[in-house]
Design a protein around this ligand. Structure first.
Ligand code: SIN
Ligand code: FE2
Length: 224
């Protein structure tokens, strides 16, 4: 017989908390979980116009992560280099507009992180399936490094590698979970970062085809 009438409850995984990585980098845990189903639906709809695709590096190497964009500008990579373009090279049409819910959450996160408002022109959509990661890199294709980067994560947890200002600097590992919003800027703006190959892990509390055994990351940048 179980006489423990009031067992200790585990903390809900959706509990919002703020985790500062430094003075200019912060994770708002589970901040986007409530909006996640709506945002994922909006992303699914916009991907019908500008589908996920694997791009190539300027050296011709296939990038493992499937990517698309929304917003006024989109990040693209091909033989001509890394750059921002107002038109999707696949459709020759403007990128789909940035979903209002993403914009609202990002603006709030930027404010709470203590940065000036962001002109979020570009939103890169990354989709990672099992075994897919992203190598260490800096985000330096933008014109102005005073504006922070905002990243929203959905789906399977990922190990984010948080390095230093030199490629060889030691990296910390940070788990990014479903609904987490990470903002980094200021002295951290040019830090190397990457994502370890995605592994099976505790699935998020919602199901959606885009995050079935997968992770979606939206990264907003002020590009010009
Ligand atoms: C990126 O650096 O563009 C993506 C990072 C992530 O997937 O969290
Ligand atoms: Fe990046």
């Amino acid at each position: 017989m179980n006489l423990d009438l009031f067992p200790e409850q585990p903390a809900p995984s959706t509990e919002a908390e703020t985790q500062w990585l430094s003075e200019s980098a912060v994770i708002f845990r589970a901040k986007a979980s409530l909006e996640a189903p709506g945002i994922l639906n909006e992303i699914q709809t916009l991907l019908e116009h500008s589908p996920l695709r694997q791009m190539r590096t300027p050296n011709g190497k296939l990038i493992a992560v499937s990517m698309s964009n929304c917003g006024a500008l989109g990040w693209v990579s091909d033989a001509r280099g890394y750059r921002y373009e107002a038109q999707d090279p696949l459709t020759q049409q403007p990128w789909p507009s940035l979903p209002a819910q993403i914009h609202k959450l990002a603006a709030q996160a930027v404010r709470e992180a203590g940065f000036a408002p962001l002109r979020a022109e570009a939103c890169l959509i990354n989709r990672y399936t099992l075994g897919v990661g992203m190598g260490l890199h800096q985000d330096r294709d933008e014109h102005d490094f005073t504006a922070p980067i905002v990243s929203l994560s959905f789906g399977l947890p990922a190990i984010f590698l948080w390095g230093g200002l030199n490629r060889r600097d030691k990296t910390q590992t940070i788990i990014l979970n479903h609904g987490d919003i990470l903002v980094w800027g200021g002295a951290d703006r040019l830090r190397y970062h990457g994502i370890r190959p995605l592994k099976q892990g505790t699935p998020p509390p919602i199901t959606h085809p885009l995050i079935n055994q997968a992770r979606i990351n939206c990264t907003l940048r002020q590009a010009r």
